[in-house]
Every structure is written in structure tokens, then in C-alpha cells.
Write a protein that binds this ligand. Structure first.
Ligand code: MN
Length: 235
């Protein structure tokens, strides 16, 4: 653990990302949780949990799923500094991770395993998330290595927060600024077109959408019914 690999990969004269240092350890109930949606070479969700003064980090290409039957690949990456959790903006193209970063969800987490270090070493790490979008019980299970990096699966446990709602498409905006990736890129002088490929496809313009009259019930899969469901699930 530590930030050597993090620092080695970045030129802090060129990127606005924090240089960071290992923070003093805080009581377990205040451990930070954050997911940063990152449109770099490819789109992924950086899942980070504060532990021993750094953010343990996994890159989740498809993002989290609320469905306990859907396992999501999570490649462990270098630890990040605690203050990275609030970074939202543009990493210059050509720099490590060049692209647009959004704070997609944030909150705190509590370990379910009594010994976190042992759980991480064993590769069976259970925890509870107290985020705005993600809540309840989750597990990271280490699986076979993938391209030399430790590879894990991120899985939702069955509880009141489990759902078949696709949270990544239903809740695509920044939890801190309400912006989509394209807006973050635009305001940060980044590549707007590239960032936009990480946002959901634009919805049909409101004036073009037919009023309810004549519309088949349940015809719209992304309509108000599933939005209500998503809200209910995120409570
Ligand atoms: Mn990333």
C-alpha cells in the first residue's frame, strides 16, 4: 500500500489531479466511498474505498449492477490519495488517464468482515455502502488475474437495495454537480465529443414525443414507471 505507483504515473505539472499524501487513519465509521466515472481510453467506473489513509481502487468497466445475479469485473489499480475523491474535471490528453472524470457517487462505507486486511488478502471482501446511488451490502471476490493485474468481481448482495434497475443508465449524472461527462469536459476545456460517448444517448426531444393519448401502456421502457422504481430502489 502507498502512493508510489500513483505518483510515478502522473506529472503534477500537467494534470490537475492531487499529488496527495497518505492521510492519518480515521475511525472506521467515517471511511470514505466514491465512484468516479472516467472516460479515458475507454469508459470505466473507478470504485474507491478509504482504507489506512489511501483509497483502495478498482476499475469497473461496466460499472456497478444492483442485480445480485450480475457480476461486474473490477480490476484492482494503484491506491489513490484520499483527496482524489473530490476530483471532477479533465485530465489532459496524453497524460496518464487522459479524459474526463465525474464524481458519480459518494458517501461512506463500513466493513462487514471483522478483519479487512485478512478479507482483502483472502480475496473475499464484504462491505456496506452508504452512498447516494449505491447502498446496502456488496462483495468483492478476487478471481483469476487478468493481464497481470489482480482481478475481482463486484457483486451486490441480496437485500432491500437490490434491484433490476440499470443504475448506470438511470442515474448518469455527477452526484456533486449534476453534470454529464460532456458538460464537465466542456467546462474543463476537454474533449467534449469523446466525453459525450460516455453519456447515455440523448433522449428523443420532448416536443417530438407523442402525448399519452394512443400510447400503449408500458411501451416506454425508460418511462416514468421505471424511474419511479429507480427512485424507490435508491431510498
Ligand atoms: Mn480511471
Amino acid at each position: 500500500m502507498g502512493l508510489n505507483e500513483y505518483k510515478k504515473k502522473r506529472d503534477f505539472d500537467k494534470t490537475a489531479e492531487p499529488a496527495g499524501k497518505v492521510a492519518p487513519t480515521k475511525p472506521a465509521k467515517h471511511l470514505l466511498y466514491v465512484i468516479q466515472k472516467h472516460r479515458a481510453t475507454s469508459l470505466h467506473y473507478d470504485f474507491r474505498l478509504e482504507w489506512k489513509g489511501v483509497l483502495l481502487s478498482w476499475a469497473v468497466p461496466k460499472g456497478p449492477s444492483l442485480d445480485p445475479g450480475t457480476k461486474r469485473l473490477a480490476m484492482q489499480v494503484e491506491d489513490h490519495p484520499i483527496e482524489y475523491a473530490s476530483f471532477e474535471g479533465v485530465i489532459p490528453e496524453g497524460e496518464y488517464g487522459g479524459g474526463t472524470v465525474m464524481v458519480w457517487d459518494t458517501g461512506t462505507w463500513t466493513p462487514e468482515s471483522p478483519d479487512v486486511d485478512a478479507a482483502l488478502a483472502t480475496g473475499d471482501f464484504k462491505f456496506t455502502l452508504h452512498g447516494k446511488k449505491l447502498k446496502g451490502s456488496w462483495v468483492l471476490v478476487r478471481t483469476r488475474g487478468f493481464g497481470g493485474k489482480p482481478s475481482w468481481l463486484l457483486i451486490k448482495h441480496r437485500d432491500e437495495y437490490a434491484s433490476d434497475v440499470d443504475v448506470t443508465t438511470q442515474e448518469p449524472k455527477s452526484i456533486v454537480s449534476g453534470r454529464l461527462l460532456a458538460q464537465i469536459a466542456e467546462e474543463g476545456g476537454g474533449d467534449v465529443a469523446k466525453a459525450a460517448t460516455g453519456d447515455p444517448a440523448p433522449k428523443v426531444a420532448r416536443k417530438a414525443a407523442p402525448k399519452a393519448a394512443g400510447g400503449k401502456p408500458g411501451a416506454s421502457k425508460t418511462g416514468s414507471a421505471s424511474r419511479k422504481k429507480a427512485k424507490a430502489a435508491s431510498r
